[in-house]
Design a protein around this ligand. Structure first.
Ligand code: MEV
Length: 439
């Protein structure tokens, strides 16, 4: 039974490994070997990784793949994706190629507003508080001048600070609700530093505000922190084509495919059990881009799912329609991404991923990530309403067997159709092809 340990973070890396291996694994030598196998031979690069977090004992690899042929607003991208799930890059690439031949994706940023809040408790006259906050507005800005000056030079900064009365939610609870423009940075550190200064300024000024009673001066700041719920940092991506071009290799007509995709999206809009899986598929594409570009996928995930439930019920992030013979498929999603700051220039692979994406601005990266999510969802929808996800995998295998046996296109089509309803084993495929040829 392992004992608690004091000062673990102060041990050398070797001692940390030794402690974990001895206390928590049956074969300490094997454990050490595995961990060391994943160390980078370049000690400088390894040190960089060691210092990303505390108590690093090794590196954890994820595959970095490329999904080519993404035509977005007329520019052709090859999208780097860091993900472990086998089908994601393949599905993204397939959807990219499909839409490349139909005019590509269009995307636009609808807003870039970030949010942060100082949560505080004030026991007193609300009118006086309002007056106080108006009085300190210039001071809140003046006291953050040093923090904001570089951001202001780049065109960003604090855009608004308002008082919000939250007493319906909790006794004496108010907020300073601030909005920010952080340009190409995700901006978490910038926002949190501003918010902590707002809190200090507010407390300092409250002590001197003549109109407050003694009790009213006693404002209690509970916390100052950005929000990862960013409904005003929104991007829209879309594809469309005549329904007739939505042909599938399978026996279903283009009209049926379009109708079924729209119906599948309606189900995800109405049924939360389905919506969660539907959105999970979207996030397969988005998270892979977010990870490859060194952004915070937990922040993105939290914000996206809150957005999916913004009307009080969890629903689909994508939508689809068929009107006047045109199939449309689109997504609107909040994505607070950055292309400067954080890990973006520090992690060599992140740096490279951004170069492959032609050093996008944050707005361009928002569009690319939204497109990756839409493409992923389109690929899943198309498989689900036609062959089914599993059938898709089996189809690959089935075609391998048929190709081995020299089946022609008509035979393949007939047997792919037949094996929708029957389990495809090697023996069953051979038998079915022989029977078809006899018939
Ligand atoms: C699997 O990772 C994702 C899917 O389940 C998404 C979906 O069902 O839409 C295929």
């Amino acid at each position: 039974m392992a004992q608690p340990i004091k000062g673990f973070s102060k041990l050398s890396k070797e001692d940390k490994i030794d402690w974990v291996a001895r206390n928590y694994t049956l074969n300490p030598e094997d454990t050490k070997e595995i961990l060391q196998t994943y160390w980078h031979p370049d000690s400088g690069l390894q040190k960089l990784h060691d210092e990303f977090i505390e108590n690093t004992i090794s590196n954890f690899y994820l595959p970095l793949g490329i999904a080519p042929n993404f035509l977005i607003n007329g520019t052709l991208y090859a999208i780097p994706m860091a993900i472990e799930e086998s089908s994601v890059v393949a599905a993204a690439s397939k959807a990219a190629k499909f839409w490349l031949e139909r005019g590509g994706f269009s995307a636009r940023v609808l807003g870039t507003e970030k949010i942060g809040q100082v949560h505080f408790i004030y026991n007193g006259d609300e009118k006086k508080l309002q007056k106080f906050i108006s009085h300190i507005q210039p001071l809140l800005r003046r006291d953050t001048d040093e923090i904001t000056k570089n951001m202001v030079k780049r065109g960003g900064g604090i855009t608004d600070i308002v008082l919000v009365d939250k007493r319906k939610a909790m006794e004496n609870y108010f907020q300073l609700h601030a909005t920010f423009e952080t340009m190409d940075a995700m901006g978490a550190n910038f926002i949190n530093t501003c918010l902590e200064q707002f809190a200090k300024t507010m407390l300092r000024e409250a002590r001197n505000f003549r109109e407050f009673s003694e009790d009213e001066r006693d404002i209690e700041v509970v916390m100052s922190i950005l929000s990862n719920y960013v409904p005003g940092c929104l991007v829209r991506a879309e594809v469309s084509c005549p329904v007739s071009e939505l042909n599938d290799e399978e026996s279903m007509t283009a009209d049926e495919v379009a109708e079924k995709i729209v119906r599948a999206v309606r189900i995800a809009q109405k049924e939360p059990y389905r919506a969660v899986t539907h959105n999970k598929g979207i996030m397969n594409g988005i998270d892979a881009v977010v990870q490859a570009t060194g952004n915070d996928f937990r922040a993105i995930e939290a914000g996206v799912h809150a957005f999916a439930a913004k009307d009080g019920r969890y629903t689909s992030l994508t939508d689809a329609s068929v009107e006047n013979g045109i199939f449309r498929f689109w997504i609107e999603i909040p994505l607070a991404l950055g292309t400067v700051g954080g890990l973006t220039r520090l992690h060599p692979l992140v740096n490279l991923a951004l170069k492959i994406l032609q050093n996008p601005s944050a707005e361009e990266l928002m569009q690319i990530a939204a497109v990756a999510g839409l493409a992923q969802n389109f690929a899943a929808m198309r498989s689900l309403v036609t062959t089914g996800i599993q059938q898709g995998h089996m189809k690959m295998h089935l075609l391998n067997i048929l190709n081995q046996m020299g089946a022609n296109d008509q035979e393949k089509k007939t047997l792919v159709h037949y094996f929708r309803e029957h389990t495809a084993t090697h023996g069953a495929v051979v038998e079915a092809l022989q029977k078809l040829r006899q018939d």
